[in-house]
Design a binder for this molecule. Sequence first.
Ligand code: CA
Length: 349
Amino acid sequence: MIRNVLLTSLFLYCCLVANGQDYLKIANDCFDKGDYECAKQNYTLFQTIDGRNMSAQIKNAEDCYRSLLIADEYFSDKDYEKARDRYKIVLDKNPKDPNARRKYDLCVTELTRFANYSETTNNLNIQMIAVQGGTFTMGCTAEQGDDCYDNEKPAHRVTVSDFYIGKCEITQAQWRAVMGSNPSYFKGDNLPVESVSWNDVQEFIRKLNSVTGKNYRLPTEAEWEFAARGGNNSRGYKFSGNNNVDIVGFHTGNSATTTHAVGTKSPNELGIYDMSGNVWEWCNDWYGSYTYNSNAQTNPQGSYSGSERVLRGGSCHREEITSRVSFRSSDPSDSYYDCLGFRLAHSSR
Ligand SMILES: [Ca+2]
């Protein structure tokens, strides 16, 4: 009798240990596959049956689960940089996770496809900022207060696709590298090129594209304003990057009525400099009124025709009100004068 009881007890003990080992195997398999809820559940069961402390494994599974959830949210929002960093946290804990690996690789591909870059042909070193597309309200919005002019109205919804825009205004050194001359009134390699007409800029772009094989162009007015407002990172400032113009731009009140080296004030939310002030910037569009078409638009190109091209951002020769992100001006395509320059744009690759 006693012998039978001992044998039965031994049998049950062996079964329990075997079941415990099964739970541990299932937990490890689930962890390797990236099924962290399953892993946590089975580590907990194993701990209960076997008695061994599995708290480190359980915490690991919980951490991976949470990081993966956050990574997937960033991924669906197309914030590939933050998503990549979160997937990396998961992969550091579990290099076998196939889902995290696949998504991490997709993030790297996206970031390589669409990321800030420098145009280094002919030692130009023109830095371009990747601006993720989005929808914004263009024109006279609330933060502009009572300063809007009629040509900024009505405010209207605009969607732009991904594009690149120059981190800085084109400098005199960059202009000279492409054109072999420097028409600027104020001289200095790192000063923005000025005294260039819209037509002159088209010739610069034609030569630049023939050298680089790319399709540089001027920004559309909508792209310019979207970028000036900080794109999808916008904090709703009156000027490009701040409500205090003196922090971000040179205007007649702080410029000593001369241009200044590009990139010396603070950048805006996207890391772009001097969109408020320093030199006026040519846009690609014919200038026209917003009133004839105030419906929501996607990638608007401005008026079909006109007599003047759009200018944006104010300048070192103008009062600060002209440096507002929605302020609009224009000039004929053959106009040129000091404090009138440009920055480049490039469509998504
Ligand atoms: Ca400017």
